[in-house]
Write a protein that binds this ligand. Structure first.
Ligand code: HEM
Ligand SMILES: *[C@@H]1O[C@H](CO)[C@@H](O)[C@H](O)[C@H]1NC(C)=O
Ligand SMILES: *[C@@H]1O[C@H](CO)[C@@H](O)[C@H](O)[C@H]1NC(C)=O
Ligand SMILES: *[C@@H]1O[C@H](CO)[C@@H](O)[C@H](O)[C@H]1NC(C)=O
Length: 421
């Protein structure tokens, strides 16, 4: 009796399995960062395909591209969690090169039943329409070594219903090939429960050496939040115009390197390709002001060395400098969300607070010393010098705040100029 029942069960299982069986080609990357299966309905005139793919839940997005071994030639199917986090969004995309692919509305997508999100895997099963041919490529059902690409976003969760959702660059990408003749047959959802079918082969899997946006951020934060304020302290607290100039020359050069990296990164993403975001516009303005700042500082110094008197350029230099540092810092706070890294703003806030805490006491100390010095000088009736008086309209009284850049008295004959002491 028991025997008969299990024989029956086996027969039923066999039957339902053979009914469910669909021709498909399957691929799984060596590290199982992606699984993919495709069915090519043999019905004449069909312009549809069935495919399924899955990836570990930690991945922010994953994608398979068919028709070529570069991004440029591929029709890419990109998947990420939908808004609820319980279902998937599938976005067909094309790109003209090694840049963020853009959604193409020419491909129709129906999400099928196999789609699910579990605690460790995201799976999406779809039927696509009008996806056998696209601008730049086509799928060839007779190919035994059809070219595919795949990519995994870094760790994260996108959670969007939009097919245009902004993404970060891949953490890894690779190439594979499949025997598509095995995929041709009656149409049906492609099963993912296999790893690799015969004829499918991994060609490469590469960790993306994607350093540019990180380097851009590090250089800019180091420059605008670190180096530039330090150069101000060198002038005002350490009283060294020479060091101030040298360090600002370094910081301006670094900022130009950061700018070059930023321009390069900006061209990669749909959201920044037109260079019309606040971060990019403010950034360019800040760089222009910074270059002006350098010229102003240089001219001012030259005039001051000649005349030993405050120049008209000094207040401009001081106020523009404050604007540059402040706007640069604000721009960093805007930049991280643009790069989909908003949480780094907290680190940035920490660095800014550290700089404030560091420089506050130094500035206070210097301010007190200047007042004492000024009182002494007033007693002996010595005229005051100073190249960096930023608020000349304030006159003698309120100058403690701003006149932190007093030069030492003019050199006596036969003494080297103050810069070289
Ligand atoms: C924001 C989106 C993306 C950006 C900015 C981007 C950018 C790039 C860049 C710069 C490279 C060259 C990497 C290097 O030489 O180190 C590259 C290569 C590659 N990417 Fe992407 N990519 C994006 C999305 C995708 C997607 C969705 C896929 C997959 C389906 C993909 C697959 C590949 C593959 C296979 C390569 C190597 C082959 C080739 O040169 O095209 N990428 N990508
Ligand atoms: C894959 O799933 C089908 C039914 O959906 C089943 O019949 C088959 O045995 C499964 N194969 C593997 C390797 O698990
Ligand atoms: C998942 O989303 C698709 C549309 O994108 C919808 O047709 C389907 O019913 C959803 N599935 C679940 C379980 O909510
Ligand atoms: C998908 O699943 C739902 C409920 O689980 C079922 O009613 C529906 O018939 C299924 N659709 C297909 C195409 O299998």
């Amino acid at each position: 009796m028991v025997k008969m029942r299990s024989a029956l069960a086996a027969a039923v299982a066999f039957l339902s399995a053979s009914v469910a069986a669909v021709s498909f080609s399957g691929f799984a990357s060596d590290l199982e960062s992606i699984k993919f299966a495709i069915n090519i309905p043999q019905e004449e005139n069909s312009n549809a395909l069935y495919f399924s793919m899955s990836a570990p839940i930690e991945t922010s997005w994953f994608a398979v591209g068919m028709g070529g071994s570069t991004m440029k030639d591929s029709l890419m199917f990109m998947a990420y969690l939908d808004k609820s986090g319980k279902n998937m969004t599938l976005s067909p995309r094309l790109s003209y090169g090694q840049v963020e692919p853009s959604f193409t509305p020419d491909v129709g997508i129906t999400i099928l039943n196999g789609t699910e999100v579990t605690k460790d895997t995201m799976t999406v099963s779809v039927k696509c329409f009008g996806c056998r041919k696209w601008k730049g490529g086509a799928i060839d059902p007779t190919s035994t070594n059809a070219k595919f690409i795949w990519a995994n976003g870094g760790v994260g969760a996108i959670k969007s219903n939009s097919k245009n959702a902004a993404i970060k660059r891949h953490g890894s990408y690779g190439r594979f090939q499949m025997d598509l003749t095995k995929a041709v047959g009656p149409g049906g959802a492609a099963p993912l429960n296999t790893t690799k079918t015969e004829g499918s082969l991994q060609i490469s899997e590469v960790a993306d050496r994607n350093f540019m946006s990180g380097a851009h951020a590090c250089i800019m934060v180091f420059t605008f939040v670190g180096l530039m304020p330090i150069a101000v302290l060198l002038l005002r607290v350490a009283n060294s115009p020479r060091l101030h100039g040298v360090v600002q020359a370094v910081s301006a050069s670094l900022a130009l390197v950061g700018l070059a990296l930023g321009l390069k990164v900006g061209m990669m993403y749909n959201r920044t390709r037109k260079f019309n975001t606040a971060h990019q516009i403010i950034g360019l303005l800040v760089i222009i002001m910074m270059v002006g700042q350098f010229v102003l500082g240089f001219l001012h110094h030259r005039m001051f060395v000649k005349t030993k008197a405050p120049t008209k350029l000094a207040p401009i230099h001081i106020w523009l400098g404050r604007v540059v540092i402040l706007a640069g810092t604000v721009n960093a706070f805007i930049g991280f969300p643009l790069a989909l890294n908003a949480r780094f703003d907290l680190f940035l806030l920490g660095i800014v607070l550290f700089m404030v805490i560091l420089s506050g006491p130094l500035i206070f100390w210097r301010w007190r010393r200047n007042i004492q010095k000024a009182e002494k000088e007033a007693e002996i009736g010595k005229p005051r010098g100073g190249g960096y008086q930023s608020e000349p309209w304030r006159g003698e009284v309120g100058r403690g705040d701003v006149d932190l850049g007093n030069y030492p008295p003019p050199p006596q004959p036969m003494q080297p100029p103050p810069m070289y002491r």
